[in-house]
Ligand binder design. Structure first.
Ligand SMILES: C[S@@+](CC[C@H](N)C(=O)[O-])C[C@H]1O[C@@H](n2cnc3c(N)ncnc32)[C@H](O)[C@@H]1O
Length: 363
């Protein structure tokens, strides 16, 4: 039987015939006619672990760690591996998954074109800043993005000139991964799963990136440990996280109003992330186990928006969606009423967004 090492579209028949193992979402008719879909999903039904998947398709350990993404990238079909999340999903993860399934792509929409300042210099976006943390030449490297969302960052990496980097993304949300798959096609290997228990071999990646996701995750020390496990020694782990903003009258009013409404009962326990991810000292503490050469930089971006634009920006945030539809409407009315005196003469409101970038090296 042909292993993935020699796989081309015709070989999919072999995969289909593996004994009850892989279910590709095309039937024997398409296979007979040589018509293959643009998108192919492997269901993880019989795999406990990435390794079982790899050995079932006859990959050696070396191929699985260093060559699989490259092999996949040569195929004309985009591949998503769906791995039922066996480990218990917390109420926060259930909320995040459902939010991102309902509104995929929101983060890239909010941050993709948001200019940021770091140490007095301006950068086109936080995604670009993250890419700049990697060595300028990336041949033979493999980059994992944890909490990859709709694949915006991975697609910037894919577009780098002469980039032979193999790209992998993992995320909780099916809808985000679907958008990532549309964006990236066969260029990246995408996987549904939890950052706390990733289905990748130890030392499988040369670099790990994470954009606006670490500060949301449960068990931050566990996530950092898991990232260290999948990284090679001296590999880079770089992330952009949210930080405590200085506040602005418009944002303070929003927080105060939203906090007065009860959450939907199913979201009563939702708590976003570990507060250590929101301070430089806390990040140092979290990264101390397993990483060296930790550098942490403060970033900021300014938003100047009309009242309506401001609300439309706030409504994309998680907090509002913890409330019922009726309460969201009531909070919105209250919010608009309270904004009048805060607006500038031209009717705009400004708000500073504080963020943080860290870069660490796997010890
Ligand atoms: C704010 S979005 C950022 C998405 C993307 N990195 C970007 O910046 O465009 C956070 C993402 O992290 C994912 N996420 C949250 N907790 C996760 C976890 N424990 N494991 C994997 N993904 C997670 C969410 O599903 C969501 O897509």
């Amino acid at each position: 039987m042909t292993g993935l090492g020699n796989l081309n579209c015709q070989d999919f028949e072999h995969i289909e015939h593996l004994p009850g193992v892989l279910f590709a979402n095309f039937g024997p008719r398409e296979a007979r006619n040589g018509e293959f879909p643009q998108k192919l999903e492997f269901r993880w039904a019989h795999f406990e672990h990435y390794w079982q998947f790899c050995s079932a398709i006859h990959l050696t350990q070396r191929q699985a760690t260093s060559e699989l993404p490259a092999i996949l990238s040569k195929m004309s079909t985009s591949i998503t591996v769906r791995r039922p999340m066996k480990s218990a999903v917390s109420s926060t993860e259930a909320f995040l998954r459902s939010f991102h399934n309902q509104y995929p792509g929101l983060t890239a929409k909010a941050f993709g074109g948001l200019q940021v300042t770091m140490q007095g210099s301006a950068y086109p976006s936080t995604y670009h800043l993250l890419i700049d943390t990697l060595p300028s030449s990336l041949p033979n490297s493999s980059v994992l993005e944890v909490g990859c969302g709709d694949g915006f960052l991975l697609s910037l990496l894919a577009d780098l000139p002469d980039s032979a980097t193999t790209l992998t993304g993992i995320d909780l949300s099916e809808a985000e991964l679907q958008q990532a798959s549309l964006r990236l096609g066969p260029r990246a290997f995408l996987c549904q799963g939890r950052a706390q228990a990733m289905p990748f071999a130890s030392g499988a990646f040369t670099h790990v990136l994470c954009h606006m996701a670490l500060m949301l995750m449960d068990d931050a020390p566990g996530v950092v440990r898991e990232i260290r496990r999948v990284l090679v020694s001296t590999g880079i782990f770089a992330a952009v996280v949210g930080a405590r903003s200085p506040g602005s009258p418009a944002m303070d009013a929003f927080r105060e109003i939203v906090s007065r409404y009860p959450r939907r009962p199913e979201y009563a326990d939702v708590q976003f992330g570990d507060k250590r991810t929101r301070s430089a000292q806390g990040l140092q503490e979290l990264l101390a186990q397993g990483f060296t050469d930790i550098s942490i930089q403060d970033l900021s971006a300014t938003k100047i928006l009309t009242k309506m634009q401001f609300w439309n920006w706030l409504i994309d945030m998680y907090d509002v969606h913890l409330l019922s539809e009726d309460d969201i409407r009531a909070a919105r009315d209250e919010y608009f009423e309270s904004l009048g005196p805060m607006a500038e003469l031209d009717g705009t409101l400004s708000h500073i967004i504080s963020l943080r970038l860290f870069v660490a090296t796997a010890a």
